[in-house]
Design a protein around this ligand. Structure first.
Ligand code: NAG
Ligand code: NAG
Ligand code: NAG
Ligand code: NAG
Length: 327
């Protein structure tokens, strides 16, 4: 009997170690840090972006980095004893970005056999120098401060690539600062399996939040060799964690269990924890048509070919989704 007890205790201990303790309040902090990254640059620098900035009133030492080549933007700052690093997602053309998703990979030099999505890598490289330079300055001022990294959508993908670079940067310079957590929302898959395995060994402290039927975590597809990093936290309609997902895995029973592309939602992508994911709420950049709570289609506000408010949206959405899933 004793033997079984021991096994039981071992299994229990294993799960306690492996499971992510999802803290919704802490997650909201990360969400609001990244929301600000979508705001105009001057607003971030001056920390004047209405309720978003007021959410973290003690944010200081803000440095914005950006590059217009691929519309990359983010900032780092110091708040609540931590160095905060964020990256914004794609702006204005979110639906275009999703519908015309290119799945090309490029080699990722930091690890053997690794490749990552070419577009994500390019966008990161555009701001890499500015980011590391600014980080160096902030580390000089706060040599002990833990570092937290956040991003949504494309910003989550850039955060993933950046986290590897930041980890190397800290090690190579023998800085004492450590990455406390990478916390992303609605991240697409970033690289291949070798990349995911390398990432997970280097930065296991990664929480990948997925809201219900959010479409973006399903792209680029797994069946063409893309793999998620970190540990998923899958939220339901009420923004409550549905179940514990297996760490460092493509867990078939979490968001990946949603196999019907009809269910995939752009609305769920731009609304996390009951808050718009961008700068100007509500839904400044994208409009979704819902009927009885079911998404009929979404368009960018300024999309010339804006689709009329009808059931056809659904058909078009379906068609476009199918297109990229077949790639
Ligand atoms: C940005 O700052 C300007 C000037 O302070 C202000 O008028 C504007 O509302 C701010 N924008 C946002 C999105 O907060
Ligand atoms: C890289 O790929 C080669 C060929 O498939 C394999 O032999 C090698 O073990 C791989 N290396 C790593 C680190 O995965
Ligand atoms: C912006 O990105 C381009 C490459 O796309 C690069 O040549 C340029 O140096 C970058 N600008 C800054 C300020 O880093
Ligand atoms: C500032 C803001 O709008 N916060 C809202 C985020 O969503 C939660 C619900 O999950 C609301 O209670 C907050 O008011």
């Amino acid at each position: 009997m004793l033997r079984y007890n021991k096994i039981y205790i071992f299994i229990l201990a294993f799960f306690v170690v492996q499971c992510i303790q999802y803290d919704k309040v802490e997650s909201l902090n990360y969400l609001f840090y990244q929301k600000a990254s979508y705001c105009p640059r001057n607003n971030i620098t001056n920390w004047e972006c209405g309720n978003i900035c007021k959410f973290h009133p003690s944010m200081k030492d803000i440095l914005v980095y950006y590059n217009d080549t691929h519309a990359a933007q983010g900032y780092l700052g110091f708040d609540r004893g931590q160095i905060v690093i964020t990256f914004r997602g794609s702006t204005r053309t979110l639906t275009n970005w999703i519908y015309n998703f290119d799945v090309k990979k490029s080699p990722f030099q930091k690890c053997q056999n690794c490749s990552v999505h070419s577009g994500f890598l390019k966008t990161y490289i555009d701001i890499k120098e500015q980011l590391l330079q600014n980080l160096d300055n902030l580390i000089f001022k706060y040599p002990q401060a833990p570092i937290i990294i956040s991003g949504h959508s494309l910003g989550a993908a850039i955060a993933t690539i950046a986290a590897i670079d930041i980890q190397h940067f800290l090690s190579e310079n023998s800085y004492q600062n450590t990455i406390k957590e990478v916390h992303t929302f609605g991240s697409p898959r970033v690289g291949n399996q070798a990349f995911a395995e390398y990432y997970n060994k280097l930065i296991p402290q990664t929480v990948r939040v997925v809201n219900n039927y959010d479409i973006v975590p399903h792209i680029p597809p797994n069946n063409i060799g893309y793999y998620h990093v970190g540990t998923e936290v899958w939220l339901n309609k009420q923004f409550i964690q549905q179940k514990d997902c297996q760490p460092f895995k493509e867990d078939d029973s979490c968001s990946k269990s949603v196999r019907s592309i009809v269910s995939y939602s752009i609305f769920d992508h731009v609304n996390y924890l009951g808050n718009d994911t961008g700068c100007k709420a509500p839904f400044s950049e994208i409009i979704c048509y819902l009927e009885s709570g079911i998404e009929q289609g979404c368009v960018d506000q300024d999309l010339e070919e804006a689709i009329s408010k009808s059931r056809n949206n659904k058909i078009r959405l379906l068609f476009l989704t199918q297109e990229f899933l077949q790639n």
